[in-house]
Design a binder for this molecule. Structure first.
Ligand code: ADP
Ligand code: X2W
Length: 300
């Protein structure tokens, strides 16, 4: 392919305009969570892969953590296994855990690895079991009793929370110019598998790697208020209020929770952005004001 002089000149202009942003983020770790809901369109997936490869080629260190909730849901349906969620977490019995491991560690992880590789990257896929990457323990979920008189612990099965992230395998891959692609499956001390919400894994990975940015790509413009306006720059107290009055519910609960935790733990900024927008990742990096919902320690 060869470009005419005008087109080449436009590209040169765009590239030089990108230079300050590239310099700002060179050698910085950027954790990108690719949500299952943002993963449904083939063109978007390819654009996502090209964005990540470009980030790597210009010297940033992208780490991909992926979800796959809708993809797990599809296979469960085909197998006629019922599924339900509590506070954004899938209740995971043993049969469901097998499906989760198959879909996240198998189909979805390998599809993203393959897309990154066919677009010029060097990606390696991992679950939390590989290299002891994610040590997990059972997540305890509490709920108010129907009469609201007491708080009860409810059992949602093989759902985990991150206890420890081992950076050894990630450091090794990043130092050899690989792009790690992480499926959110944790391992207990006895080798048991745990299903972990992908946002929570992305947040913890960003924390332990002291990432510059945590980007959570989803299927909505950002955190919205009741009238549908994108909210940004929120304090912890404001977020608590929005949870209490029901503005934040379901899958947005772990997302906002891990964004706040990551920033409190030293990640410079966390962003909830619309993965349905073409090149959402690059738009975030190359825009001063950012897109979607931004959380920084200035706002907490
Ligand atoms: N206040 C809110 N603003 C935006 N989305 C919200 C809000 N509260 C709940 N949600 C829901 O959270 C969803 C995003 O979470 P989820 O479906 O788990 O996405 P992902 O698969 O990307 O992790 C949105 O599509 C929306 O239905
Ligand atoms: C415990 C729990 O809910 N785990 C999630 C893991 C996948 C995920 O988080 O996928 P998204 O990012 O696409 O929602 C699940 O089973 O759906």
């Amino acid at each position: 392919m060869s470009l005419d002089r005008n087109a080449a000149s436009n590209i040169a202009k765009v590239l030089t305009e990108a230079l300050p942003y590239i310099q700002r983020f060179t050698n910085k770790t950027i954790v990108v969570k690719f949500g299952g809901n943002a993963m449904i369109d083939q063109d978007l997936k390819t654009q996502f892969a090209r964005d990540i490869v470009l980030m790597k080629l210009v010297g940033m260190n992208p780490i991909v953590v992926h979800g796959g909730g809708p993809q797990i849901g599809d296979l469960l349906k085909r197998l006629q296994i019922e599924s339900r969620f509590v506070d954004g977490m899938r209740v995971t019995d043993t049969a469901t855990m097998d499906v989760v491991e198959m879909v996240l560690g198998g189909t979805v992880n390998k599809e993203i690895v393959s897309l990154l590789n066919t677009n010029g990257g060097k990606a390696v896929g991992l679950t939390g079991k590989d290299g002891g990457l994610i040590r997990a323990k059972k997540l305890k979920v509490t709920q108010k009793s129907p009469d609201m008189a007491k708080t009860e612990i409810i059992d949602i099965g093989h759902v985990g929370e991150v206890e420890h992230i081992s950076t050894d395998v990630l450091d090794m891959l990043v130092n050899s110019d690989f792009i790690p692609v992480i499926a959110p499956i944790g391992v207990g001390p006895d080798g048991a598998s745990y299903n972990i919400n992908a946002d929570l894994v992305a947040g913890k990975v960003a924390e332990v790697l002291k990432a510059e940015k945590l980007m959570l790509l989803t299927n909505i413009e950002g955190l919205l208020d009741k009238s549908g306006k994108v909210l940004t720059g929120l304090s912890t107290k404001q977020v608590d209020g929005l949870i209490e009055d029901g503005t934040i519910y379901g899958g947005m609960l772990p997302k906002i929770g891990c964004a706040l935790d990551a920033v409190k733990a030293g990640v410079t900024s966390a962003h909830i952005i619309d993965g349905r927008v073409p090149h959402a990742v690059l738009l975030e990096i190359f825009t001063d004001t950012g897109v979607g919902t931004l959380i920084t320690n200035k706002t907490l």
